[in-house]
Design a protein around this ligand. Structure first.
Ligand code: SF4
Length: 237
């Protein structure tokens, strides 16, 4: 059972000093519980009669970020692609489920299976993971990929070998021993896992890897250029 372990690992390793905010989100006829894992100001457990936005979940229920600003949020558990707060909704098509929020921040879109999919991510296990700007996205991805490599059952080659290659390349990036083309190699390996495994765990590895690489490329390049120095150098604060 991979997914419950995902949440537990993140609580322990990515978000030290964790508080939780929980809310119920109505999506069509489905009612799901959403948790946020972040160093938030207050500890609350409430239900809401309507679909919450990520902004409401983080700032209203969670009380905002302790000692920093919001860097990014993984909306549906560690296997879902990460969102940055400066991303704007790009949905000019009126048929899109998120057209109503076209041009607005992704944080202002109500959470649901359809809307999160429209943003290129997923509601997943409904465990939002929030990174402050005091946390390093490279180290966060490194930590996640160590988990996925460890949890791969090894039955499929792309997942078994790919997760190991991703982890080893990230080891070298963090150690300051990587080259710039290793970043492209990471993209290629993660892309080759997608759609080529027996179960969804392969995609659960590849999707966050691709998300981190696309959204935080400058942070990875900084590690390569400076020989392993980052602007934060910390996994979480
Ligand atoms: S994708 Fe394949 S190797 Fe990975 S956990 Fe699933 S069955 Fe195992």
């Amino acid at each position: 059972m991979h997914m419950p372990c995902t949440c537990l690992l993140l609580v322990v390793h990515v978000h030290v000093h964790v508080n939780c905010a929980c809310a119920c989100v109505h999506n069509a006829h489905v009612r799901v519980r959403v948790c946020v894992r972040v160093r938030v100001q207050v500890h609350v457990a409430r239900t809401s009669p309507r679909r919450l936005t990520l902004r409401e979940l983080i700032y209203d229920l969670g009380g905002g970020i302790k000692g920093g600003e919001l860097l990014a949020v993984i909306p549906g558990g560690s296997s879902t692609p990460i969102l940055r707060p400066d991303e704007l909704v790009d949905a000019p098509d009126e048929k899109s489920p998120i057209h109503k929020w076209h041009g607005k921040s992704v944080l202002d879109v109500p959470m649901g299976v359809d809307t999160m999919r429209g943003l290129g991510t997923m509601l997943g296990t409904c465990c939002a993971i929030v990174l402050s700007d005091k946390a390093c996205p490279v180290l966060a991805m490194h930590n996640l990929m160590r988990f996925y490599r460890h949890e791969s059952c090894g039955q499929c080659t792309p997942c078994r070998e790919g997760s190991g290659w991703i982890e080893r390349i990230l080891d070298s990036i963090v150690a300051g021993e990587a080259q710039m083309d290793d970043l492209d190699r990471l993209h290629e390996i993660a892309g080759n896992i997608m759609g080529n495994t027996i179960c969804a765990f392969g995609e659960g590895t590849a999707m966050p890897a691709l998300g981190f690489l696309r959204k935080f490329r400058p942070h990875f390049e900084e590690y390569v250029k400076t020989g392993g120095q980052s602007s934060t150098g910390k996994l979480a604060l």
